[in-house]
Design a protein around this ligand. Sequence first.
Ligand code: AMP
Ligand code: MG
Length: 339
Amino acid sequence: MPQPWDQHPLAADLDLALGAVRRASRLCRHVQASLDLGVLRKDDRSPVTVADFGAQALVCRDLLEERPQDAVIAEENADALRGDRHADTLARVVSEVQRLAPGADAETVCRWIDHGTDEHPAPRAWTLDPIDGTKGFLRADQYAVALALLIDGEVALGVLGCPNLGPRLGDSPGEDESGGTFYAALAGLGAWRVSGEGTVAEPLRVSPQDDPAHLRFCESVESAHTAHGDAQRVRELLGIEAAPQRIDSQAKYAVVARGEAEGYLRLPRGGDYRERIWDHAAGMLVVTAAGGRVTDVAGRPLEFGHGHALVNNRGVVASNGRLHDRLIAALRELGIAGD
Ligand code: AMP
Ligand code: MG
C-alpha cells in the first residue's frame, strides 16, 4: 500500500521497523491476555516478563535477517533464560514466539534475543526497548514497543507500538491482537499515526496551545522515574492548574505528538541516573517530527551516540515547541536544571 514515506531513502527500513513492532505488539497483547505474565527479577530488581523476551526475539529476528550488518542495542539479553532455573519461562517465551515465527526452537530464540546486545553504535545502529514501561504492562496500563535507527549517532527513524493506547486518550485500544496504535517518524520528513493493519491513519501535529490556562502535561506514573514534586513547582510557576496525566512508557511522547498534551517533564530525582537511549530515541523523534521539541532539563539536545546511556544529558523535557524556552527558563529559575 502507498505510504507518505515511499520516496524517502529509509522507506524500506521504516516498513521493516513497523512490521517488526507490529508483530512484537501482537505478542505482548497475547501474553497480557493470559493470567500469568511470567515475571522474573533482573539484577537491579526491576521486573522482566515473558513478553519482554518474546518481543525482543521477534524484532531482533527481523533485524538479523534483513539488516545483518547493523548493530542492535536492546534492553534485554537471554542470560537469565539459558540456565535451568528459568526453563519454564524459556518454554513459554518459545511458545509465544512460535505463534508468529513458526518452527523457532529455544536455542534460536535465545540467539535472536542476544542479537540485541551490542554495546556501541556502529554507523547504523538500532535501539530497542521490547517493552518500555514494564511496570505499566504489569498493571495492564500503558506500555510501548520502541524501536529507532541511529545513523552516526543521530536518530533517523523511530517507531512506537502502543498496544493499550486508543486513537484518543480515553478511547478503547480495541480488542483483537492487532489493536492499539502505532507511531512512525522519519527525521526531516514527518510523523504519522499508523493503524494496526499498517495504513497511515493521520499525520501527527503537536498542539499549538500556549495559554497557561489550557496547558496539559504528562509524566511518569512511577515516582522513582521522575520528580513529581518538582514538576508541580514548574506548573505552579507557569500558572498551570490542570493536574498532570500520569502515563507509563513512551506513550507520553505519542500523546504530545498527537496534540493531547503540550509538555512531558522527566525530572531527575538526584543521584547519578542517566537515561537509556532505548527509553527515548523513538519517542523523541516522534515528537520532533510532529513539530515539537525535546531536550534535557538544561535545554541541551539529547545525545544518542555514546552507547547505552545519555551520558551528557540529565532528565528530559518534551514540548509542543512554543512552550519550550519558558519551560527551560522555569527549570533554571527553580534550580532544577541539573549539573
Ligand atoms: P516510564 O514508564 O516513563 O516511567 O519509564 C520507564 C523507564 O524508566 C524504564 O524503561 C527504565 O529504563 C527507566 N528508569 C528506571 N529507573 C529510572 C530512574 N531512576 N530515572 C528515570 N528513568 C528510570
Ligand atoms: Mg524502558
